[in-house]
Design a protein around this ligand. Structure first.
Ligand SMILES: NC(=O)c1ccc[n+]([C@@H]2O[C@H](COP(=O)([O-])OP(=O)(O)OC[C@H]3O[C@@H](n4cnc5c(N)ncnc54)[C@H](OP(=O)(O)O)[C@@H]3O)[C@@H](O)[C@H]2O)c1
Length: 326
């Protein structure tokens, strides 16, 4: 068995990367080394966040992710690479994977997945938002020396902008929970089941995958916080915001598909999100089996906890970030 004890993280100050590094730090006794690779731009623009990470024992390696020498240098002494790069850098992971495969000390790579299973069914291979992640999966499977784990989480049950428990400003018709105005837009009739993971749990479940390297080796590891429906989410939002009924409207799946088609035709940047919402609402997150138990059943958040956190984020937003990081 090869342990995952010397980890290097790409994208550690990004939306989900922040949660991943925080959870890894909570389990830091299990690691010999925790390093992040980031850019000088990030070091300057997020100096306070970087300083907090350093205080917590994180090694901060600064370089250009597209510079082969910078990456090779950062790979020294690392056995596991965790990528949480954003969608704009997904395809560049093919290069990061090639270099990792050539680095004898690296044996495991977690590419930036953290979404629905992109190989869920026959139709998955044709979904536009999956194409670059599918290329990354193919590149890692062709490696000679590298094992992988694809952490499959479904949509995030969080209230940060654009996420499922947010007002989804600018695209409310594709689903919305707005705490300030007490309005919601539900998909279908509100009774469609979706399996969610909160971002904190993405970090926690990734930590568990690292501590069960045999179980998580060379597989799409399917994890979740909970399965629920829009109607149950709404009921919880109403309960936690004073009990008053919210103003609710519905978007049928047919309408969602029409909006999706229109968005792709118009090259609307929201097209990816609309397609993902259609996939989530039509069974794309419902698997035969989840792997939480196989990686030690880490305690995950409940629907009530996720809604409470989403209300907090919607009302207080970024101001909460510092408190969470400290
Ligand atoms: N399931 C869901 O609901 C959901 C929602 C959103 C995203 N996701 C998935 O989660 C993964 C991460 O997405 P995210 O939204 O967390 O990413 P993000 O915040 O957009 O970006 C993450 C990090 O990528 C790095 N990065 C981006 N552009 C770069 C560049 N040009 N050069 C160098 N580094 C660059 C940065 O790293 P530094 O921190 O080092 O600067 C950045 O913080 C993706 O695979 C995405 O598809 C899933």
């Amino acid at each position: 068995m090869s342990d995952c004890k010397n980890v290097l993280i790409f994208g550690a100050t990004g939306l989900v990367g922040r949660h991943i590094i925080q959870q890894i730090l909570k389990g830091k006794n299990a690691f010999d080394r925790i390093a992040i690779f980031t850019s000088s731009d990030t070091v300057n623009s997020k100096s306070e966040e970087i300083a907090i990470l350093k205080d917590q024992g994180v090694e901060v390696l600064v370089g250009n992710i597209t510079d082969e020498n910078d990456v090779k240098k950062a790979y020294q002494g690392v056995d596991t690479v965790i990528s949480a790069v954003g969608r704009n850098m997904i395809e560049h992971q093919v290069e990061l994977i090639r270099l990792a495969d050539q680095t004898p000390n690296i044996h495991r790579f977690f590419p930036s997945e953290y979404g629905t299973d992109i190989e869920h069914g026959p139709e998955s291979s044709g979904e536009k938002p999956h194409q670059r992640k599918l290329k990354v999966r193919a590149s890692i499977r062709s490696c000679k020396n590298l094992d992988y784990t694809f952490l499959v989480t479904g949509p995030y049950a969080d209230g940060d902008p654009v996420l499922y428990l947010s007002p989804n400003h600018g695209a409310t018709v594709t689903g919305s929970f707005d705490v300030r105005t007490k309005t919601a837009v539900l998909l279908g009739s509100g009774d469609l089941k979706i399996a969610f993971t909160t971002m904190a749990d993405v970090g926690k479940l990734l930590l568990a995958a690292l501590t069960y390297p045999d179980v998580s080796r060379n597989k799409a590891l399917k994890v979740k916080s909970f399965t629920t429906t829009d109607a149950d989410l709404l009921e919880e939002f109403e309960k936690q915001t004073g009990g008053e009924k919210w103003k609710v409207s519905y978007t049928s799946i047919e309408e969602l598909k029409r909006l999706e088609k229109e968005a792709w035709e118009m090259a609307n940047p929201l097209a990816t999100v609309i397609t993902l919402r259609r996939i989530w609402a039509t069974g794309g997150t419902l698997y035969d089996k989840w792997d939480n138990e196989a990686i030690g059943s880490p305690a995950v958040q409940s629907l009530a906890e996720a809604v409470a956190a989403a209300i907090d984020v919607q009302l207080h937003g970024e101001r909460e970030l510092k408190r969470k990081l400290v």
